[in-house]
Design a protein around this ligand. Sequence first.
Ligand code: GLN
Length: 509
Amino acid sequence: CVANQRAHAGLNALIAPLQRSEEWLSRVRQADIRRENKSPKSRLDGRLVTIKDNICTRDFPTTCGSGILDKYSSPFNATVVEQLEKGGAIIAGKTNLDEFGMGSHSVHSRFGPVKNQHPRHGRDVSAGGSSGGSAVAVATDQCYAALGTDTGGSVRLPAAYTGTVGFKPSYGLISRWGVVAYANSLDTVGILGKDTSSVRAVFDNKPSKRLMKKIADVVNRHDPRDPTNLSPSSRSRILSSLDSPQFASRLASRPLKIGFPKEYNVSELTPAVRRAWMLALSHLRKQGHTIHPVSVPATKSALSAYYVIAPAEASSNLAKYDGVRYGTRAEGPDGEGRTDGYLYGKTRGQGFGDEVKRRVLLGTFSLSADAIDNYFLQAQRIRRLVVHDFNAVFNLSHPLADTSIQNGPESENAQREVQRADVDVLVCPTAPSAPPFLDSLLGGSASSPLDAYVNDIFTVPASLAGLPAISVPISLPDPQSQDPEMIGIQVIGQYGDDELVLKVGGLLE
Ligand code: GLN
């Protein structure tokens, strides 16, 4: 891993690479000894894991890829980092990202863009974002696995573009304490690995006989310090809803009902993406599972709703970076006797990049008294429709939903004909096309921010509904090249059905 970090430094995946200190070496040695003695702390013991730079680490700076936090080092570890270290993992650096997680191509970083490890026709292409650094670090063996964050697709899209596996668990399963907030109602910590088995090792290290139930979970654990983290009682409600023979058997051998969401079959899909999708479905069919077309009509509006809700929450979250309480203060007079917001304006003007400023302006606008009805509240309505559509297609009911509300005559839903289906999971593409060229993304006026937003069209619906989703690479033989083309295919499951999503992801490998 250390040699690979050096060899691939040009891809700009790591902002802060591994430091080979005495302490680090002794941790590696101790893990080696534990493994030799057949008593590892977990499957992660001694493995190198990199962390997206919006997750706090004591041993490395935490900048969020932003000028406003360029001098920030956290005095504590995020809970997830603490949990990884408890499982024996060794933190091997911080990864590059779009500033505060806002972007789809990892180009909006103070540290410059991340490059995909596979250029196309000699040109650099996007690594996906915003966890592009984590994805490239995994793809190029600079670490065993990586943590990212997924608010609207930031783990799944980079996974799809780099040929890795990216998993976004159900909202609230993994602690967000120490994770810098972008949009709280959507933010989740996600995991990137080369395969589903390495993702599982980080997420939910089910005790094997060999490990003698020493550490059951790694990051999928309750954390009382994060108020949005699922309580033990909610966790047991989820487990008991999955415990019935009907649902438990899906993890063993029962043939699965796979949903084919019609609304994802848009004309903008490139032929390669469509081929990969069909290949994935036929692969599942050959294994005895059945395919069922289903409809999730609100998907069409999900992207617009997301790009209202996420910036609105971001504008509120980022208000604290004022150069007084948080953030690097701009040089100059400290505003004494001035009433024009000089310090605040200058600090934020210099500290934030253009995309973050755009989101803050958008969010502030949609929350303003004149606009809130037409934008923010409408977006929340669409969000409820998206949740409703998903609930209508899965055979498992939402384990935490209040059934009286779920089935009640909600005015928005009453007017819509939503066909009921009963599938176990949905399988669809992660992104509509292959990664775009980096120079076209960085070409100033040539590309509009909206072009980048469109890449999230297939990932945001699961985010709005808080559902677990995984992107796995499907390899398509490319007649023009020796290397097969890798296309990301996404599996989405009902809330809490993370195990099944991981299982179906594994079936596609
Ligand atoms: N591309 C999306 C955005 O810019 C998603 C980002 C994310 O999931 N962090 O908001």
